[in-house]
Design a protein around this ligand. Sequence first.
Ligand SMILES: Cc1cc2nc3c(=O)[nH]c(=O)nc-3n(C[C@H](O)[C@H](O)[C@H](O)COP(=O)(O)OP(=O)(O)OC[C@H]3O[C@@H](n4cnc5c(N)ncnc54)[C@H](O)[C@@H]3O)c2cc1C
Length: 564
Amino acid sequence: MVSGGQEDQPRQSPAAWDREADIVVVGAGATGLPAAIVAREAGCSVILVEAEPDIGGHAIISGGNVPLGGGTSVQKKYGIEDSPDLLFRDLTDWSVVGPNGFPDYRYNDREIVRAFAENSAPAFEWLVAHGVVFVDKAPDAVGGNSVGNSVPREMHCAVGHWPMAYNGEPADPSVQKTRSSGNGLMRSLEVAARKAGVEILLEHRLTSIHRQTLNSGRVLGIAADHKGSGLDIRARKAVIIGTGGSTGNVNFRRMFDPRLTEEYCGLAGMPWSDQDASGELAAMAVGASLWGFYNQVGEFGSNVTKPGSIGCQYNYRHLQWMPGSPIFERARATGLRVADWQNLILVNMLGKRFYDETAGQYIANNYNSVDPYVQGSYLNAKKLEWNPNNFLNAALAGIDDGHNGGGPIWAIFDSGAVEREHWLPAPPHIDIAVGFFFSANRLTDLADKIVMKYQRVPMPPANLEETVARYNSFVDTGVDADFAKPRPMYKIARPPFYAAWATPVVHDTRAGLRINAKCQVIDLNGNVIRGLYCGGESAGGFSQHGLARATCQGYIAGKAAAGL
Ligand SMILES: Cc1cc2nc3c(=O)[nH]c(=O)nc-3n(C[C@H](O)[C@H](O)[C@H](O)COP(=O)(O)OP(=O)(O)OC[C@H]3O[C@@H](n4cnc5c(N)ncnc54)[C@H](O)[C@@H]3O)c2cc1C
């Protein structure tokens, strides 16, 4: 915790260290595992601390789509000509603008992207050499997010034979080499890390960083918490932060976007692992700077997303927790997957619609998004068709009462929708116990029942009744006079009626600690904090979703910290 109180300041070098290693890596995710292995194989002793009971972070539940390019062996195999220069220019191209008018790449730190471009193909070959199996096919554009326009770069990690986090079961043997998932990526790296001799300490949470003096000198190690007991771990050479970002920390994320108040509680990747800004806060407490704020609020990609399921807290569109998952007790419900947003209306806390329910979230630039694309050409922006995806902005707008945050968004539907969607509105599919799902035979009763932690004002029953009646009249006329939903299809008329949590989901962190080309953390005066490194979602300056950025920066940080 950062505060002005003397008692809260990070401790200086402890009188005695509980553990020590050359390098201490924090976070066993997409950044931390590569960093740890690289450093260990360079001859350093390495302790890797992980807050959760298992390794993997968000990476293990990810889709495993990895846009590493710049001339990988797979690109060459399929005749795709890429190079560090091409990749660099793609990822710093000022001229690419999305339909909401926001550029994906314009505000990227050139030094950081140059380092990524140079190390992208080597990091890919390194992953392969360390047991990561990629689906045997040509790179494509599936699942990418701000990955550049010139050539396809997206590759896909095979899911492998290990049980998967989301359901506790291995994938069917017939798809273990062809289905894309971060499961194969992270379990392969775990095997490689253990084989290399990385010591992995699970349930060890970084709480602060030791530095010679509060704002000067080199970093000496970390303080960690293990099941309520503190320990100090000395890092003779370096500490590498790979803690995965900050979107799970309400106050931290609101520095970038004040609208993201506490009701956005369904962070993608939770409850497997949090993104609580603990790495950023610990580094800031010893002088580190943050970097690249624009990338966190630009309206592109998946910083904030439309949910894919309703009626549960953790409703990210590409992840559904299943009862066999080792963490299902914490996830509590699978949610109801929405196949067709025509089957429901979405209302705010006051029971009022706010946008066309079928509308999408922000989109990201990717291969083929600009066609034809000419790197750095003013024509790319001129060709842009202004077509804002404002669903999320409307959902986050609030109710004009002086409060920040849009409040809960509720999906309202009837038994007809349940039939059409083949939903089973009962546990474990929905979370009634904690108030993410309600039902009643009358709409007015349904509104009255919506009482839960984030519904800070009661929903006026008359509002809900009026909203549904008006919507039903749109179904009769075939025209949504309020939000131009394409031909409203189904009335909400047959009880029971339902209200299911459908609040947007926070996901990516694209702003974080300031780093340089070697992933060294930089302080507020622009100086390197000696002995401190960072990569992945906890690092700022590079607006790209996910695994490529994290694995590559882990690779860079591991090498630099080991002195390679
Ligand atoms: C459902 C889902 C699907 C995704 N799909 C894709 C995809 O297909 N392609 C893609 O490119 N990206 C994808 N992503 C994003 C990608 O997984 C992340 O961007 C990537 O994992 C970030 O790597 P990281 O190392 O920064 O964080 P993580 O991989 O999340 O690792 C961070 C680790 O640090 C640990 N930690 C945090 N705080 C502490 C602390 N104080 N002390 C000790 N340990 C701590 C966490 O528990 C975690 O294990 C997806 C994400 C999700 C949630």
